[in-house]
Design a protein around this ligand. Structure first.
Ligand SMILES: *[C@@H]1O[C@H](CO)[C@@H](O)[C@H](O)[C@H]1NC(C)=O
Ligand SMILES: *[C@@H]1O[C@H](CO)[C@@H](O)[C@H](O)[C@H]1NC(C)=O
Ligand SMILES: *[C@@H]1O[C@H](CO)[C@@H](O)[C@H](O)[C@H]1NC(C)=O
Ligand SMILES: *[C@@H]1O[C@H](CO)[C@@H](O)[C@H](O)[C@H]1NC(C)=O
Length: 441
């Protein structure tokens, strides 16, 4: 696996340039942008220590399945309201704020702060992330050819898949074949490994939302107090503070800079990052009740196994599919990867060594790539590897041989047998119904 193609180096250089503009707030942003949980821009995940990044030279990837998250987007409408309210607060207190002695991290408020963020749609940053991914994927797997793209039927996912397609196939790719591009509904009547929670009646977003509320009650007040002490004219509430944290993340997602990121300490950003981990873990991960997390993710694991088991000569070599951070988190949960023990607690503390890290695992434009590979002599028989955000993600449930451990890989047979939780269930069977409630599809 080539580490960085020239194109992604250019992309990083651009990022670096944007982050090193002279103002103080931008300099501080450069330290923080990749710790904004699932609202972070795309970045390569760290390579786990002791794990080799590149497979031995005698190995070839025979099949690959990409599950991509849509790129950087504007805030959801439910998040934008926090930013809008905070901005309205600033403008109604504008005179008092401009008469205040502003500390350096809030000096940008001298000229007011306005926001023109949209909501829900992909941003320019998101377009670039996906286009670059398409190019890089083409360069990385030159010997394998894709002939189709599948996207969850939501605007930002579809647009992401289209930009990827432009990068991968070129501008006339829609003419390659009549059905090269297709969508799968994201609704409560379509069984889908991309959005399995939508056909699980007992699933609720509140499983994560409630954790966010508890944690917010714990960490936001002291930030609000600090900001109001610095500049009493702000008169921030905790909701305004939350809005300012969102403004940091979403200005960055849309513009690659935000004066707000510099207004927070590293520890405050770490508390916000933890909020995002709690949300995803609670609604799409290990903190779902009972075995709901692995049950939902089993649809994905079974799809992967079905494809990599297909020995028919017309089995596809490449799957290019697009969905959400939730898709990836549920898959990790079914696989038992990135699991914390004890589980993450909505009252803290923030454990800096926790394994479930949305910043590294599901930033915008995250890429979960599964490689099925074989080797002349380094490994015997078909093997499987997970490359998550351009770095190997060790399949720790395997690690039978020293090669497994060096490369984080698994023989495909061992992978299948270790995932008996998933392979022993399917949508709508007794186990699914017990966890999700019977669905009337
Ligand atoms: C935003 O402001 C409106 C009007 O004051 C208020 O009703 C609403 O609860 C606020 N929303 C948030 C998320 O703070
Ligand atoms: C699907 O959602 C619609 C509303 O969006 C609702 O009316 C319908 O009952 C739901 N169907 C199932 C099978 O849950
Ligand atoms: C194997 O792949 C081919 C081509 O995509 C498909 O038609 C067939 O249904 C697959 N078989 C299985 C068992 O999944
Ligand atoms: C699960 O629930 C569905 C919908 O009610 C039903 O059709 C199906 O038979 C149930 N499965 C089992 C194994 O009971």
């Amino acid at each position: 696996m080539p580490a960085y193609s020239p194109l992604s180096l250019v992309f990083l250089a651009v990022l670096g340039a944007a982050a090193s503009q002279p103002s103080l707030s931008d300099a501080q942003v450069s330290e923080k942008w990749n710790r904004l949980g699932n609202l972070s821009p795309y970045h390569k995940a760290p390579i786990p220590s002791g794990v080799k990044e590149v497979l031995p030279a005698d190995c070839r990837v025979d099949q690959v399945m990409l599950t991509g998250r849509h790129g950087s987007r504007y805030p959801l409408a439910s998040e934008l309201i926090f930013i809008t309210n905070m901005t309205a607060k600033l403008s109604s207190n504008a005179q008092a704020i401009s008469r205040s002695r502003l500390p350096k991290e809030l000096r940008f408020l001298e000229n007011g702060y306005t926001s023109t963020l949209g909501h829900d749609d992909l941003t320019a940053v998101g377009r670039q992330e996906l286009f670059d991914h398409g190019v890089n994927f083409r360069l990385r797997y030159q010997h394998l050819t894709a002939d189709a793209i599948l996207a969850g039927d939501q605007d930002r996912v579809i647009e992401s898949a289209q930009w990827f397609g432009q990068g991968y196939f070129g501008r006339s790719w829609s003419e390659i074949s009549g059905n090269a591009f297709s969508t799968i509904p994201e609704d409560n009547v379509t069984v889908s490994w991309i959005t399995p929670m939508d056909t699980c009646p007992k699933w609720q977003y509140a499983f994560g939302g409630d954790a966010v509320t508890s944690w917010g009650n714990k960490y936001l007040p002291s930030i609000t107090k600090r900001l109001n002490r610095l500049t009493p004219a702000l008169r921030f509430t905790d909701a305004d503070t939350h809005g300012a944290l969102y403004a940091c993340a979403y200005d960055y997602a849309a513009l690659r800079t935000s004066p707000w990121c510099g207004a927070f300490t590293d520890q405050e950003i770490a508390s916000f990052e933890y909020e995002l981990d709690l949300l995803m873990n609670g609604a799409f991960g290990y903190n779902l009740p009972g075995d709901m997390g692995p049950t939902l993710g089993s649809l994905y694991v079974n799809k992967l196994i079905e494809r990599f088991s297909n020995s028919s000569s017309d089995a596809k070599a490449v799957y290019l599919e697009f969905g959400h951070d939730t898709t990836i988190d549920m898959a990790l949960t079914a696989l038992g990867l990135a699991k914390d023990s004890p589980p993450l607690s909505p009252t803290g503390p923030v454990r800096p060594k926790r394994k479930f890290r949305t910043s590294e695992q599901v930033p915008f434009a995250a890429q979960m790539v599964w490689e099925k590979f074989s080797c002349d002599s380094s490994f015997h028989g078909p093997q499987i590897r997970l490359v998550l955000n351009d770095s190997p993600f060790p399949l720790t449930f395997c690690s039978k041989t020293s090669s497994d451990r060096s490369y984080g890989t698994c023989s495909f047979d061992a992978f299948v047998s270790k995932n008996s939780f998933s392979t022993s269930r399917q949508w709508g069977d007794a186990a699914w119904n017990a966890t999700c409630g019977a669905s009337s599809l």
